[in-house]
Design a protein around this ligand. Structure first.
Ligand SMILES: Cc1ncc(C[n+]2csc(CCOP(=O)(O)OP(=O)(O)O)c2C)c(N)n1
Length: 645
């Protein structure tokens, strides 16, 4: 076993961690002992996440930074604003949540992200990327307007810095009077390795030979002439800063160019040095950036070596580093994301106009499958959803066939791009929304609950949801055929149903649903994978009551299958709609509106996600809680047909 893998000291043996219940407790520890606190914190996170899965690599990478921030700043009065928040486990542990950390991401437990309601130390709720600079700036400006002397720090990763919102924040930061500190946590990774100009810029800034050579020479010269000594080494930061401005490639430093003072790069794993630097620069007036270099997964060898896999690794053995995920064998249903990835590759082989676009989620949506074969035709554009959609629109305008895959909740970032750049211009962009519906333990920020509603009201879109993996494949095939226009395909996280999906391609008629089962007493209309839930519930009700229930798959939310709905309106007085999405504006609303428009008035019960934000838990728990599992649906059908068993 290597040193970095050797973890797992018994919790009761922690020298410091068990007595740290707040940053005040941390501040009482001798500065020279803080490296021990870091070791213990890292050990604690590894131990907990190995049993109760969550985000690992990012939190391990910022252990020293977290300790240093809470040591130097007067939290919670000073505000630390985490970006995304998947790296804030250490922050949670040091701010009074050590003893409940084992409930992380579980139903009723603490959230996997900072959350205002959870702790006064969580200054801003997060989950989506690139918000920290804007939110922190708002706080800094509020403090200054109210005459409050409080420090505000935004902590943002280099991945999250690729998001447009972060740059909007930077632009504004440079204009407004504020003393905000932005910590740029640079580990050269998002979930996958990052490409792009800004990332390359950070590499250049860090490795610029001219700069580093000159810095070294000048530093030695100064030291020899006793103008600096190592004790006061930090004073040289300011000097380095001006040097960096002068010698970094391409004339000058981007932050300095924006009127934001730049410090660094500094080693993000040297806790003492971080403390010295933070203590010094926190008093500087005006906006400033501290560029910190860290390693994702630091201190746990497998995570250091394979940062993408260990971003959120599932359960694992902390001693051996072996992941305890079930290996996917052929008998198991494939993941929807893999059906997407494999189908995309197949289509791309046949049609060289097909391009894959992903905003920083190539592994998450399995676009890596196409990327390996056609790297030049796959674009990971960074955490930039709006750009991903508009870039796709540009490609489509010039005759390419873009498949733009974005998680349902992240697509919220790109709403105007969908309307303004795709739909109004009828550009044939194929927007695949992965992780649609309830996603589970990532909680309220990540549930894909709104897409059906927010897409339905946009003219010119075709919106479809496959009920199984074969339909996903056929919808993808259909969407790339000429003349289809802007096309949305939404599908859930997780596994399919083991249907034989590798069939001959079949074009699915736009706006045509399917009657899956006839019946006389009540009609159930589903969209997407809720068909499977309905099927189970219907079987059970029919077995128990002898009633006859019909089942229709809408398949398309837009255009609606009006012929099918007319038939339902004529035949049935009782209708239930089921969707894995908000009931405010989705399938149920569409059915009700249509029935009203044609003057049919069946009793319609809508099953879906109510008008609330759904917190964390497993998808099974959450669906059960919302009455959206087979038992819940069964009960609602029974109530509606007034069946007594
Ligand atoms: C708007 C948005 N898009 C995508 C994601 C998915 N996501 C979560 S973490 C992450 C990578 C963040 O990279 P970085 O900020 O560098 O942090 P690191 O994990 O490297 O510490 C991504 C893409 C997200 N949370 N929000």
């Amino acid at each position: 076993m290597t040193d970095t893998l050797k973890i797992g000291m018994a919790k009761q043996n922690y020298k410091y961690l068990n007595s740290i219940n707040s940053p005040d407790d941390l501040k009482r520890i001798d500065r020279n002992e803080l490296h021990v606190v870091c070791d213990e914190l890292r050990d604690f996170i590894i131990d907990e996440v190995s049993k109760n899965p969550g985000h690992l690599g990012s939190s391990l990478g910022v252990v020293e930074l977290t300790v240093a921030l809470h040591y130097v700043f007067n939290t919670p009065d000073d505000r630390i604003v985490w970006d995304v928040g998947h790296q804030a486990y250490g922050h949670k542990v040091l701010t009074g949540r050590r003893d409940v950390f084992h409930t992380n991401r579980q139903l009723g437990g603490i959230s996997g992200f900072p959350k205002i309601e959870e702790s006064e130390y969580d200054t801003f709720g997060v989950g989506h990327a690139s918000t920290s600079i804007s939110a922190a700036l708002g706080m800094a400006v509020a403090a200054s307007m109210r005459g409050e002397d409080r420090k505000v720090v935004a902590v943002i990763g280099d991945g999250s810095m690729t998001g447009g919102l972060a740059f909007e924040g930077l632009n504004n930061t440079s204009m407004d009077k504020n003393d905000m500190l932005i910590i740029l946590n640079d580990n050269q990774m998002a979930i996958d390795p990052i490409n792009g100009g800004f990332t390359q810029y950070l590499v250049d800034i860090t490795t610029s030979k001219t700069y580093n050579k000159i810095r070294h020479k000048v530093y030695n010269l100064f030291r020899k002439s006793r103008l600096v000594d190592d004790e006061k080494k930090n004073k040289i930061i300011r000097f380095n800063n001006s040097l960096k401005t002068a010698f970094t490639q391409k004339d000058h430093n981007i932050f300095e160019g924006l009127n934001i003072r730049y410090f660094g790069p500094v080693d993000g794993h040297d806790v003492s040095n971080l403390i010295r630097i933070l203590a010094e620069i926190k008093e500087f007036k005006g906006p400033k950036v501290l560029h910190v270099i860290t390693q994702k997964g630091k201190g746990f060898e497998p995570a250091e070596k394979s940062a993408t896999v260990w971003h959120a690794p599932g359960k694992f053995d902390p001693e051996t580093g072996e992941r305890l995920v079930c290996n996917h064998n052929n008998a198991e249903p494939p993941l929807f994301q893999d059906v997407f990835g494999k189908t995309l590759l197949e289509l791309a082989k046949q049609n060289d106009k097909i391009i894959g676009i992903t905003p920083a989620m190539p592994s998450g949506c399995s676009m890596t499958i196409m990327q390996r074969r056609f790297p030049e035709r796959v674009f990971d554009v960074g955490i930039a959803e709006a750009h991903a959609v508009t870039f796709s629109a540009g490609l489509a305008k010039e005759g390419m066939v873009p498949f733009c895959n974005i998680y349902s909740s992240f697509m919220q970032r790109a709403y105007d791009s969908v309307i303004h750049d795709v739909a109004i211009q009828k550009l044939p962009v194929i927007m695949c929304l992965d992780r649609a519906g309830i996603v589970g333990s990532d909680g309220a920020t990540h549930q894909g609950q709104f897409d059906l509603a927010y897409m339905r009201c946009i003219p010119n879109l075709t919106i479809a949801a496959p009920r199984n993996e074969m339909e996903l494949r056929n919808l993808m095939y259909t969407a790339q055929l000429p003349g289809k226009g802007p096309f949305v395909i939404r599908y859930p996280r997780g596994k399919g149903f083991n249907v034989n999906w590798h069939n001959e391609w079949r074009e699915l008629t736009t706006g045509r649903g399917e009657c899956l089962k006839t019946g006389t007493d009540l009609a159930v209309i589903t969209i997407g994978t809720m068909a499977a839930v309905a099927e189970k519930a219907i079987n059970s009700v029919e077995n128990l009551t002898g009633k006859s229930i019909a089942h229709y798959d809408a398949r398309f939310l837009k255009p609606l299958d009006e012929e099918m709905l007319r038939e339902i309106g004529e035949k049935f007085t009782k209708v239930i709609t089921i969707e894995d999405g908000t009931i405010e504006g989705g399938l149920g609303s569409a059915v009700l509106e249509f029935m009203s428009d044609i003057n049919y008035h069946p009793e319609v019960l809508r099953i879906g996600i109510p008008d609330v934000f759904v917190e964390h838990g497993t998808p099974e728990e959450l669906h059960a809680m919302l009455g959206m599992n087979a038992e819940g649906v069964e009960k609602k059908i029974m109530d509606m047909i007034d069946a007594k068993v």
